[in-house]
Design a protein around this ligand. Structure first.
Ligand SMILES: O=C(O)CCC(=O)C(=O)O
Ligand SMILES: [Fe+2]
Length: 391
């Protein structure tokens, strides 16, 4: 049963079980009746969506300065003083926020419009159609509507595909098992340009990701290509996110609080808004306001480890909305499965020793995916599990 195919969109497939009717009713009743139907939602709604009280969204959002918007046009002109200035802006944003937005990034806007349209058309298909490309434990690429973050279900549907098809990953999370497996994409029959839109977009974003990686390397005082080799057999993947209308937006989240485990995330969000970043200065949740045609970039756990904590991977989450559906497309730029992630030699010394022990990216990723999939009642693997003591 999908929770999402209720008659809240004129083109949407309508499913008629008791559960869906409860949601539907709650959306159409007036103020007084709302209170009664609220009780009915509470009684019928799957509790797996409920966030602990302390993690539920606040009723009011904080008015705050936005995360920095950085103009990437200097990389087109190659003016060295402008590049120096750009690198400094990126370094400052990585330190202060772990997040920034980029404009004049060189990814054609037509490419983005095409994937956004294809994504909408795909998610508005009947659930049976989307389920034809469902992901499962054997093939984690495809459609999925029961993703959990920290063991609480997210109010969203996703479609995942790898950018290198196939992508090699460890077959199991067992440390001594050296067997590998291939992740392969599966593509839906509809909409018919879906695959083309996804593949074209992935190539454009991959190019931008390498540029950003080089700028980040420079901002850490490294040579521009220092990190590129780690991505030779990249395990990057793209995710299409769909956040349907949510009648329990005060209890659930589109995506629960989390940090991205890979190196870098390049995200396209639509004009609805809902992404919130935990401000490093005071731990408040700050909205990332949508900027037309900009990409939101965030440092993932791997850059935190490579930089020996100079740059931190920052927690973020997505608020669910009761009146606007939302679509987003994150690209998770991940290294080759065999990369051992550890603080870079150039960034450690006697005064500033390595804060982490080396870990194998492929095993880390596989363990994380497995615990998400099985909804294990244990905390997900995290980089702090590899932190050296007494530092
Ligand atoms: O949809 C968004 O804005 C962000 C999603 C996200 O953080 C994720 O998928 O890791
Ligand atoms: Fe994320």
């Amino acid at each position: 049963m999908s929770i999402f195919n209720v008659a809240i969109h004129p083109y949407r497939y309508i499913s008629c079980d008791k559960f869906h009717n409860t949601i539907l009713l709650s959306l159409v009743t007036k103020k007084k009746e709302e209170e009664e139907s609220e009780i009915s939602i509470m009684e019928n709604m799957d509790e797996s969506f409920f966030q602990e009280t302390e993690h539920r969204p606040k009723q009011s959002t904080i008015e705050a300065e936005d995360i920095p918007i950085i103009d990437l046009s200097p990389i087109l002109t190659s003016d060295s003083s402008e590049i120096t200035n750009l690198v400094a802006q990126i370094g400052d944003a990585c330190k202060k926020w772990g997040f920034f937005q980029v404009i004049n990034h060189g990814v054609p806007s037509t490419c983005r419009q095409k994937i956004e349209r294809a994504s909408k058309e795909f998610f508005l298909l009947p659930t049976e159609e989307k389920r034809k490309v469902s992901r499962d434990e054997d093939n984690p690429m495809g459609f999925y509507d029961t993703e959990h973050t920290k063991n609480v279900r997210d109010w969203k549907e996703v479609f995942d595909f790898v950018v290198e098809n196939p992508t090699l990953l460890p077959a199991s999370h067992e440390p001594h098992d050296t067997e590998l497996r291939e992740l392969k994409n599966q593509w839906p029959d509809f909409p018919n340009n879906f695959r083309e839109a996804c593949e074209e977009y992935a190539r454009g974003i991959e190019k931008l990701s390498y540029k950003l990686l080089e700028l980040i390397a420079l901002s850490l005082g490294l040579s521009s290509k220092r990190l590129n080799n780690y991505f030779k057999d990249q395990t990057s993947f793209m995710r299409l996110n769909y956040y349907p209308l949510c009648p329990i937006h005060h209890l659930a989240l589109g995506v629960g609080r989390h940090k991205d485990p890979g190196a870098l995330t390049v995200l396209a969000q639509d004009d609805v808004g809902g992404l919130e970043v935990k401000r490093k200065a005071d731990g408040e949740w700050i909205q990332v306001k949508p900027t037309p045609d900009a990409y939101i970039i965030n440092v993932g756990d791997i850059i935190q480890v490579w930089s020996n904590d100079r740059y931190e991977s920052v927690e973020h989450r997505v608020i669910a909305s009761s009146n606007k559906e939302r679509f987003s497309v994150p690209f998770f730029f991940n290294p080759s499965h065999y990369v051992m992630v550890e603080p870079l030699e150039e960034l450690t010394n006697e005064e500033s020793p390595a804060k982490y022990k080396a870990y194998n990216w492929g095993k880390f990723f596989t363990t994380r995916n497995l615990s998400n999939f099985k909804k294990l009642n244990v905390e997900n693997i995290q980089i702090y599990h590899f932190r050296n003591g007494d530092l």
